[in-house]
Design a protein around this ligand. Structure first.
Ligand SMILES: [Mg+2]
Ligand SMILES: [Zn+2]
Length: 499
């Protein structure tokens, strides 16, 4: 992380010159603080969000969310409901349901953005380099007015220095898509944010601290939970030492360390004594149980359900406006790569722009004949999607618009987030990302060098399919080290596509 930038590099007069495209996603379990959160957001000066998504994650709650959306946000607020799947799944559902803005700002439902927040956000985001995946806010936690903070309060105060927390974190949508969003196996609001940050960093994206200010209330939490989080999070105490004969001494030291900085009330001292004895065995037990339970866990995101291929330059050598089946020439390994996906149980489809039809250069029948030939040589594919329009018709299906990707996912009965698009141009990548699908670029000599930046890139179709099937991390930015299997995850080796 870069150091805090202060004062703000851009004021309201300069930040406004940039076109800022962002949505706000607020996962909520219906806490009353949501109202304050929305009121502060509505009151913040500066460019308004294009959309506010409330991800309602209350369990078994048919009643509507008890919140009054403030007037300035009323025309742009939507609610998605999840039924208690946890904050990671709620944030994913939120950003995926939102309009495809460039940035997604995650706010917790108990924070209050500052009065100049939107201007500060504009400065944070407009100043971000293209390889910056996320810009974190400065979180202010007001200390308790009277006494020293209790152990539980100190856990909350620690938020101010915590890296990558999603109490107020802006992520580039492209980076979210590349990383597959939050790992939904994190069902509690703990460490799912660091996990995403680490995965984005592993893909070559960078994370920064910005200048916008957000307040998080000092809310007393359950003392045992908070202290457990501190213990698990910072590993103050070596787990090995707990097995040694110094148990009592260690417990005493631990207890005193937690009592010393706080208010020495009878209640606090009792709570610290009891929880300090309980935390070490609980923490170790929890760690062991978790390690065992998740010993076979694969890295996130899971394998896709479908792979959507561009046609020209990706599956077959590009013959501009080809209307002749005899001139179809698949790229090396295309048939084997597609067959490997089929064997692995993935759905496969082709998504292709054929503006030659609109331009009158080829007929629909000729295009269909060419597609049938490709289906014979490389397929069969589960679906073929062809956009016959040219730029002038502004068809939502024509790449780089996402329509064809969305339609393909729908036809195959899978979510766009469970699709990977393989193509050879930036239009393929944009279409994929705007649809919420991941993308892999296989450049040809016609692919411009600038199109390689910020996108997973491999040398051949065979390599693309191998990486997809192996779950290999392909870096989005070339400065990243070579794609590595995730530490702690399975050591994925690149699957060889059988010929
Ligand atoms: Mg192409
Ligand atoms: Zn079209």
């Amino acid at each position: 992380m870069e150091p805090v930038v202060s004062p703000c590099p851009l004021g309201p007069d300069r930040a406004g010159q940039h076109e800022l495209s962002y949505v706000v996603v607020i996962p909520t379990i219906g806490r009353p603080s949501l109202q304050n959160c929305l009121d502060a957001l509505a009151a913040a000066a500066g460019p308004a969000p294009q959309q506010v998504v409330l991800a309602d994650d209350r369990r078994d709650t048919p009643d509507p969310l008890q919140v009054t959306v403030p007037a300035p946000l009323a025309d742009r607020t939507i609610i998605v409901t999840l039924e208690g799947r946890g904050p990671a799944a709620a944030r994913n559902a939120g950003w995926r349901a939102a309009i495809p803005s460039e940035w997604v700002v995650f706010l917790d439902d108990d924070v209050c953005v500052g009065p100049d927040w939107s201007w500060q956000l504009a400065a944070d985001l407009c100043g971000a380099a293209p390889d910056v995946a996320g810009v974190q806010a400065i979180i202010r936690v007001p200390p308790p007015a009277q006494s020293k903070p209790t152990d539980a309060e100190r856990a909350t105060l620690g938020l101010a220095d915590a890296a990558w927390i999603t109490a107020d974190m802006a992520y580039r949508r492209a980076a979210l898509t590349d990383a597959g969003g939050f790992d939904e196996r994190f069902v509690r609001a703990f460490r799912e944010d660091s996990d995403l940050a680490l995965r984005a960093t592993a893909l070559g994206w960078k994370l920064r601290r910005g200048c916008r200010m957000t307040t998080h209330p000092l809310r007393p939490a359950c003392g045992l939970c908070a202290a457990t989080l501190i213990l698990l999070g910072t590993r103050h105490r070596s787990q090995a030492a707990l097995t040694a004969s110094g148990w009592l001494a260690m417990t005493a030291e631990f207890t005193l360390a937690r009592i010393a900085p706080g208010p020495r009330t009878h209640r606090e001292i009792t709570a610290m004594a009891v929880t300090s004895a309980a935390i070490p065995p609980l923490a170790v037990g929890y760690w062991v149980a978790g390690s065992w339970q998740h010993r076979h866990a694969r890295s996130w995101p899971p394998l896709p359900a479908a792979v959507l291929f561009d046609r020209d330059g990706t599956l077959v050598h590009d013959v501009p406006y080809n209307g002749d089946p005899q001139r179809v020439a698949p790229v090396p390994g295309a048939a084997a790569a597609v067959a490997a996906l089929r064997r692995a149980g993935l759905k496969i489809a082709v998504v292709t722009n054929q503006s030659g039809i609109a331009r009158g250069l080829i007929t629909r029948e000729q295009a269909d004949a060419v597609n049938r030939r490709i289906d014979q040589l490389v397929g069969p594919f589960d679906a073929w999607l062809v956009c016959p329009h040219d730029e002038a018709e502004a068809c939502h299906g024509r790449k780089p618009a996402p329509g064809m990707i969305l339609q393909a996912a729908d036809l195959l009965g899978v979510a766009p987030a469970d699709c990977v698009v393989v193509g050879d141009t930036a239009a393929d990548v944009s279409a994929a990302r705007d649809a919420g699908a991941r993308a892999v670029l296989v450049p040809t000599t016609a692919t411009r060098p600038a199109e390689h930046n910020g996108v997973a890139c491999v040398a051949s179709l065979t390599e693309a399919v191998s990486a997809i099937l192996a779950g290999t991390r392909l870096p989005s930015w070339r400065s990243a080290p070579d794609a590595q299997p995730w530490p702690g995850g399975p050591h994925a080796t690149a699957a060889t596509v059988e010929v």
